[in-house]
Design a protein around this ligand. Structure first.
Ligand SMILES: NC(=O)c1ccc[n+]([C@@H]2O[C@H](COP(=O)([O-])OP(=O)(O)OC[C@H]3O[C@@H](n4cnc5c(N)ncnc54)[C@H](O)[C@@H]3O)[C@@H](O)[C@H]2O)c1
Length: 353
């Protein structure tokens, strides 16, 4: 049976998702598209081969499908996701799960009660290079990773009364909205964090109510460190995104602009046949055309629905990452180091200790 997907929200990210729907044409078609702005919904419907019906109220669209892709502003995540789960839909919900712990727990309860798949759309978890980095780090193939460095530069400007500018509607600032991807990646790759710090600034991004540039630093149980530097104010960029893992036997370097994973260091010790002075070895090359891994993400979601299995990006993992962010914000406001010792990271134990 082909799934019928209800697309709720037709803004920037929904268009990015819709651009990859044709890759799933054997498995699903879009049953309905929804946006309070009818023109936006109509323009997304026009992009799709079957021109699905358009609604401005998601409640009316619910009979038109069995699975939902929820791509709404953050302050609407909880109410919409819960309504969809209560209507018996499986939901792929855009990150972050919701703006408060209570809302996250209510969503998780609705998924449990209705026995539906609830997956959080942390698309970077489905990036083949990040998956390989995670495996190499967790299996200590090049020794212990002692420093994970993540760097993201974007120019994200929103005009007027857009929800993203408002800390209450967004749920925070750049750290909460975009940094949640990278806090999640750090926990997935490195394990339990013990302490950390966050410093954010609005300087350079005056359109933001809370920070538009964020520096977060975590210390993990084994003594390793990780950081994410992220800005929404980049007027220029050399690297765009960068992910580097310093391990005892070499550096894993994901050059996002090239879609390649390199190993740097004494390569001859690890790769037979390379010259003694080789300092750089390409471990993986996805090719320039590889885009955001939303196709891989949606494939995984549909697999979970078909096989009645638990998604990799569970709401429990998502909540643990958001707990870290909320504690980082509290500590920043109170001028102290963030203390994660009382948080529950058991959802990540399946990746190793
Ligand atoms: N995974 C990623 O890489 C990534 C990137 C960007 C955004 N996102 C996420 O996608 C979500 C949406 O972000 P965006 O950038 O597309 O925002 P956006 O503002 O561009 O789009 C949101 C859309 O929702 C519509 N909307 C508002 N209220 C509605 C309602 N009650 N019912 C139906 N539609 C309604 C708006 O009219 C708008 O078209 C957020 O959760 C964001 O964090 C994820």
């Amino acid at each position: 049976m082909k799934h019928k997907l209800i697309l709720i929200g037709c803004g920037g990210m929904a268009r990015s998702h819709a651009g990859r729907f044709e890759d799933q044409e054997e498995r699903m078609e879009v049953g309905a598209v929804v946006d309070v702005d009818r023109c936006r919904a109509e323009s997304v419907s026009a992009l799709l081969p079957n021109h699905p019906p358009v609604f401005t109220d998601y409640h009316e669209a619910l009979p038109y499908g069995d699975v939902v892709l929820q791509v709404l502003p953050h302050y609407l995540h909880a109410s919409c996701t819960i309504d969809c789960l209560n209507a018996g839909k499986h939901v792929l919900a855009e990150k972050p799960l919701a703006n408060s712990r209570e809302e996250c727990l209510a969503i998780m309860e609705a998924a449990k009660k209705n026995k539906r798949v609830l997956m959080v759309a942390y698309c970077m978890r489905f990036h083949p290079i990040l998956r390989e980095m995670q495996r190499l780090i967790r299996e200590k193939v090049y020794g212990e990773c002692f420093q994970l460095s993540i760097w993201t530069e974007q120019l994200t400007v929103r005009e007027g009364s857009h929800w993203l500018r408002d800390r209450k509607l967004l749920g925070g600032g750049q750290l909460f909205s975009h940094g949640c991807h990278y806090v999640d990646l750090m926990l997935w790759m490195m394990g339990r964090p013990l302490r950390g710090s966050h410093t954010g600034t609005k300087l350079g991004t005056p359109w933001m109510d809370r920070e538009g540039t964020s520096n977060v630093c975590l210390e993990f149980e084994n003594g390793a460190l990780g950081y994410h530097f992220g800005t929404w104010g980049a007027r220029g960029t050399r690297m765009g995104y960068s992910f580097q893992a310093h391990c005892e036997k070499g550096l894993l370097d994901f050059k996002h602009s090239e879609n390649c994973l390199y190993l740097r260091g004494k390569i001859a010790e690890h790769v037979p046949g390379v010259p003694e002075d080789c300092k750089e070895f390409k471990l993986l090359d996805l090719g320039k055309e590889f885009a955001k891994p939303t196709k891989e993400e949606l494939t995984h979601f549909l697999d979970c629905v078909d096989n009645n299995t638990c998604p990799e990006t569970t709401p429990e993992e998502s909540l643990a990452g958001l707990d870290v962010i909320w504690e980082l914000y509290n500590a920043e406001d109170e001028g102290r180091l963030a203390d994660f010792s009382k948080l529950d990271f058991s959802a990540f134990d399946k990746y190793g200790k």
